[in-house]
Write a protein that binds this ligand. Structure first.
Ligand SMILES: [Zn+2]
Length: 341
């Protein structure tokens, strides 16, 4: 599969989940809709290298600047402009949620990691809500965020979950922070996914002011109907279908590594390594574990493996806290927990 590592169209709901739900449903219309959305996802993913990165030229502002558009249930992007920075809240809840979630994520990167937006240069944060009709997904298309409304039966909407918004915007951060980006397949693809889950979760914890013990470590809690499951993934216990949904196939350690697996499958392993490091480092995930993982991004290459990430995070811990520090030991031990080292 050809991949332009600098741009990925990254969806929060993996195709494997839409397919599984399509198999399970007794409603033929819903099955059709889910399979159509699967196909559309594949189509959009294939388009990733077509559009040039023009926006960065016009949208770099040097400060927080959010813009929300309404696709009015159609496919054209970005859609109709409905809210800009400092304008009044909309009567439309999805518009305000997309605006607020982008702001929380911007503030996290700015205040905690001293990063100015997705590209580090103040890239304008564009979001489009009400994409298509009953669209069961949200995605970062290499330039902007796009949110569906969900069908209301299986998925309840995507703008309400701050970790979903931060997950998707972090795909943009990875696109710029890793020199050359991270190729969206195999282990580098699973790392790409994991980095989005890591910062999705850290942003949520930072926003809620939760310590590593208080956090639920779930990704995507609240976006789906209780009949489907509680969350997409658990970083504390990947593959635990009591905590997540019935099709969660994430391994927790290398013993369960799936050869040629989906990037949303094997990402359970580096996710759990981050969790183990954060728990060992105690306190708040954004104080030490988050900055270590963030610093590691600049030490990666486009085809980085899990072992490369283990090495990069260990190096990052040494750079931030000193070689042989308790922090570096905690990071090294975490990668042993998941069997990478
Ligand atoms: Zn993702």
């Amino acid at each position: 599969m050809a991949a332009d590592p600098h741009r990925c169209t990254c969806f929060i709901i993996p195709s494997k989940m839409l397919r599984k739900l399509a198999e399970q449903t007794a409603d033929p219309a819903l099955r059709h809709q889910l399979l159509d959305q699967c196909e559309l996802s594949a189509h959009l993913r294939g388009q990733r290298s077509v559009a040039p990165i023009m926006q960065a030229l016009v949208a770099t502002t040097g400060e927080k600047r959010r813009t929300v558009y309404d696709a009015q249930h159609k496919s054209a992007l970005p859609g109709k402009l409905v809210r800009g920075e400092d304008s009044q809240p909309s009567a439309d809840q999805a518009v305000n949620q997309a605006y607020d979630g982008a702001g929380i994520t911007y503030d996290f990167y700015h205040d905690v990691l001293q990063r100015n937006s997705v590209d580090g240069k103040g890239l304008r944060l564009d979001s489009t809500v009400h994409y298509q009709n009953k669209f069961n997904n949200a995605f970062w298309n290499g330039q902007q965020m796009v949110y569906g409304d969900g069908d209301g039966k299986l998925f309840l909407g995507f703008t309400g979950a701050i970790d979903v918004i931060a997950h998707e915007l972090t795909h943009g951060v990875t696109q710029y922070a890793v020199p050359g980006g991270l190729v969206y397949q195999d282990q580098s693809g699973a790392l790409n996914e994991s980095i989005s889950d890591v910062f999705g979760s850290v942003v949520k914890q930072w926003h809620l002011k939760q310590s590593v013990e208080q956090a639920d470590w779930l990704v995507g809690a609240g976006i789906m109907a209780p009949t489907v499951g509680k969350a997409l993934r658990s970083m504390a216990d990947p593959g635990n279908t009591e905590l997540t949904w019935s099709g969660d196939d994430q391994p927790k350690t290398m013993a369960g590594y799936v050869e040629n697996g989906d990037v949303h499958t094997n990402s359970g392993i580096p996710n759990h390594a981050f969790y183990a490091a954060a728990i060992a480092l105690k306190g708040n995930s954004w104080d030490k574990a988050g900055p270590i993982w963030y610093k590691a991004l600049s030490l990666l290459t486009p085809n980085a493996s899990f072992a490369d990430m283990a090495k990069a995070t260990s190096q990052a811990a040494a750079l931030l806290y000193g070689a042989d520090s308790a922090e570096q030991h905690a990071v090294q031990a975490a990668w042993k927990v998941v069997g990478v080292t």
